[in-house]
Design a protein around this ligand. Structure first.
Ligand SMILES: [Fe+2]
Length: 248
């Protein structure tokens, strides 16, 4: 089975549509690790595209805060302004859809979550955070899983615990292909579709292939200037438009 793994689309319809167009006929399923909305100007269009293509979505912290603004209290001033704008612009039907999403999902190949398996808003960004989750996976806290798919940082990343329990990041090669080993444990982040922060403005996603036991990272160009114009036109913070150009 080939599963397209997307995350952090953040109401960027140009980026989301470009990634959907990039998928080929061998894609069996599409999974989104959360944050369909927030930051950018097309939340309804992104929810509707997600529903139309039958993508399975996990609830991200921005999806949750768009439905329940009390969850935005810890957001910075710009993110909070954007989430209030999002709440005011989402249709009731789309709010209901976001509110009904699950926090995590068990897959045949592992576990899918937004921030970490323990908390939607927690980050797996530093080695000690990766080590703590990988140790729990090895202990079987979440059942027998070798892979945890996560988002939230907007940075594509692979952490591996090898058979000697050593934890280290895995470098993503130029062709984007990483072969996986069943005896090891992995944390996989596909990066962000709608607001990438790897220093490359292209949308990032990956394909998880359960037959060849590999993951392939992909980068896709989209019409960034259109997305930027919409952000400014909607009176959302300009900061969100500028950061799309630099991919940070
Ligand atoms: Fe996000």
């Amino acid at each position: 089975m080939r599963i397209a793994i997307l995350s952090d689309i953040h109401a960027n319809i140009e980026a989301f549509q470009a990634v959907v167009n990039d998928l080929d006929h061998r894609t069996d399923r599409i999974l989104n690790l959360g944050d369909l909305v927030g930051y950018n100007a097309n939340p309804n269009e992104c929810v509707e595209l997600a529903r139309n293509i039958g993508m399975h979505s996990i609830q991200g912290n921005h999806d949750r805060a768009a439905c329940n603004p009390e969850f935005a209290e810890g957001f910075n001033i710009y993110a909070r302004a954007a989430i209030l704008w999002t709440k005011n612009n989402l249709t009731d039907e789309n709010i209901q859809f976001l509110n009904g999403l699950e926090e995590s999902r068990r897959l045949s190949c592992g576990l899918a979550c937004h921030g970490s398996p323990e908390n939607t808003a927690s980050y797996i960004a530093l080695p000690f955070q990766a080590r703590a989750i990988l140790k729990k996976m090895k202990k079987g806290i979440w059942g027998k899983i070798n892979f945890c798919l996560f988002g939230h940082t907007h940075k594509r990343k692979v952490w591996r615990m090898d058979v000697r329990k050593k934890v280290a990041p895995v470098e993503i090669p130029p062709d984007g292909i990483i072969r996986l080993n069943d005896e090891e444990f992995y944390l996989l982040n596909p990066g962000s579709v709608g607001q990438p922060r790897n220093g490359d403005p292209r949308s990032s996603y990956c394909i998880f292939d359960t037959e060849s036991n590999s993951v392939t990272f992909k980068l896709v160009e989209y019409d960034i200037l259109s997305t930027m114009k919409k952000i400014v036109g909607a009176d959302l913070p300009e900061f969100f438009a500028k950061r799309l150009l630099s991919g940070t």
